[in-house]
Design a protein around this ligand. Structure first.
Ligand SMILES: [Zn+2]
Length: 304
């Protein structure tokens, strides 16, 4: 994460974390919460690096260059664990405890875990975590991340220091790196600055966007659907993964929203709601092949 960016985008968060680091008053558990698109995860990783790094800057933040920082970035550190499942379960928390127990022998240094999407954790996971939080082991620090603070159990909340992230739009900053259209779509879709930069660097990014535009201009044609099935999202191919499917739906949504398709309002509204509903479904376990086939036909029905 770009520290200068964090300082500008989330000055209050930056100051609070800087004070904790500089004064060695890091709490045992944090709850980073705030809307989608705010750099909660990126900040959590930087904070984890900062607790361990021995070459911190004047504000107490990690150098991001030393071996310890790199190991955290690459998830190779034995002092660090991140769980980023869509839905954290009891087993994830048990695994986390086991991981720290097995790596703790003789360790003096700090160890940190991050639980992403914690607002979607199961109640069983929260009960296990609660026990972990109630008896904090020295030197173990946790960072829970949630879009919706109210979806985190109050008993968990009360054991964490809450850090609120304000809404963030990276559109303006992205303009330094890409076209107006790309910046607008990525910011409106709720990507953080770091994630947007990562997506922009993928070799197929521009191609996928072209594919989405061509598709939506001919969404009623069976040959267009066939083309998608045989050339774009081919079963078991590399592109048939949730990230690409999500990005493709986001481009289609963007073109519908920005009137790049010539449709009566009523059909446009229908199409819009189909796309939004399907985007939500992607958070659940789905067979992507069947999911896409149904989506093409639902879209076709909405536009004919
Ligand atoms: Zn470092």
């Amino acid at each position: 994460m770009n520290k200068e960016y964090l300082k500008k985008a989330q000055p209050v968060v930056y100051q609070m974390l800087s004070n904790a680091l500089k004064n060695q008053r890091v709490a045992n558990a944090y709850l980073f919460h705030g809307p989608k698109g705010s750099s909660k995860l990126e900040t959590a990783i930087l904070f984890a690096q900062s607790i361990i790094c021995e070459h911190t800057d004047n504000d107490g933040f990690a150098c991001q260059e030393c071996e310890s920082c790199k190991r955290i970035e690459n998830e190779e550190s034995l002092d660090y664990m991140i769980v980023s499942n869509d839905r954290i379960k009891k087993k994830d928390i048990v695994d986390l405890q086991t991981f720290f127990e097995s790596t703790s022998a003789g360790k003096q240094n700090a160890r940190i875990y991050i639980l992403d999407h914690y607002d979607k954790a199961t109640p069983d996971a929260s009960n296990s975590l609660l026990k972990f939080l109630e008896e904090p082991s020295e030197g173990i620090y946790g960072i829970l991340i949630a879009d919706e603070k109210s979806n985190v159990l109050p008993t968990i909340q009360s054991r964490c220091q809450a850090i609120h992230f304000k809404p963030e739009s990276c559109e303006h900053l992205l303009l330094e790196n890409t076209s107006e259209e790309n910046a607008k779509m990525l910011a409106e879709s709720g990507y953080t600055y770091d994630k947007a930069i990562e997506l922009l660097s993928l070799p197929d990014f521009e191609e996928l966007k072209q594919i989405a535009l061509e598709y939506i201009e001919h969404a009623s044609s069976f040959s267009q659907i066939e083309k998608m099935q045989t050339n774009v999202f081919v079963n078991k191919s590399d592109r048939m993964n949730k990230d690409w499917v999500q990005l493709w739906i986001q481009w289609v949504l963007f073109y519908v929203k920005n009137d790049r398709v010539n449709l009566p309002l009523e059909k446009k509204v229908k199409l819009y709601s189909i796309l939004v509903e399907n985007m939500d479904m992607l958070y659940r376990p789905v067979d992507l092949g069947l999911f896409m086939d149904k989506l093409y036909y639902d879209i076709r029905k909405a536009v004919i």
